[in-house]
Design a protein around this ligand. Sequence first.
Ligand code: A2R
Length: 326
Amino acid sequence: MQQPFAMVINMKRAIIIGAAGFVGGYLINYLNRECGLEVFATKLKSEKIENNTAQIHDLDIMDKEAIVSLLFEVRPDYIFHLAAQSSVGLAWKNPGLTIDVNIKGSVNVMDAIRELYYKPRVLLIGSGEEYGHIKTGETPIRETNMVRPGNIYAATKACQNMIGNIYARAYDMKVVMVRAFNHIGPTQAPIFVVADFCKQVAEIEQGMREPVMYVGNLDAKRDFTDVRDVVRAYALLAEQGIAGETYNVGSGHAIAIREILDRIISMSDCDIAVEIDPNKLRPVDVPIIEADISKIRTLTGWTPEISLEQTIQETLDYWRGSIRNN
Ligand code: A2R
């Protein structure tokens, strides 16, 4: 396994902006335990981070001056910008908030970094959703492919990517962009598909609901990677990524949501029926999203190591435990 930061002698500092979410907890642990970095993490005042390996600060990225003073205090070598309104479904319902946080908030972060007297390495987290309507022959999709965002969330992340590129070139900032495809694993919120399915199965097994799964579009194909592989990729890119460049992070294989559903149901002893819930269908859905990961692999040697089977099993077990304990 590739170990980023392996040669670091003086303890360097990383800050994760927006660390209270799904990826943040895994990234804090990875940077601290595997990379030996001193880790700082931010969250919204209303959020909680239960992790004693990071120094936690409250920060709303809509407040640029607060970002500036925190960065001057921490003086990080590496900045991971994760803060976002990250739900595609919520972005349809509240486009204004999504645009404010994901575009204006990211510009605030970039402008705050510009005010520093040195140039930290910055990773901006975007999404495979940015590619949007992928044409026949375009999969697996490369970073040079045209982006045609098919939803509001994707449009905001495509915009963040363009602005990151502009700041890297115009101000010689060490900004690297990621397009992360679907990442999954234990603790992910059930607004995302795999966590949603696992939670429903766990509830059925506990007799908390009738044995019927409510699902959205099962024909869409997505590229799923375990979150622990994803944070390892982020650490490698923060260290080695070329400024102004974008890197896909995914498994390299698309799988139909229907197949994910079948695998989850097959892990249960219950007899489970499936019904379409119109609330889970989106106004426009992209039929297939699959990453070409040769760019990151060539640069860093990264490749996913946790199988889909393992991540689904562990996510289902997480929900079984969480529902039993509550
Ligand atoms: O929306 P909340 O309350 O869950 O808070 C999210 C937080 N966040 C903010 N942080 C600072 N200032 C804001 N104005 C603001 N608005 C939202 O960013 C949440 O705690 C965090 C993002 O975490 P998740 O939504 O769980 O995303 P995840 O899965 O950790 O993905 C990290 C990044 C995101 O940029 C995604 O769009 C991308 O990877 O795929």
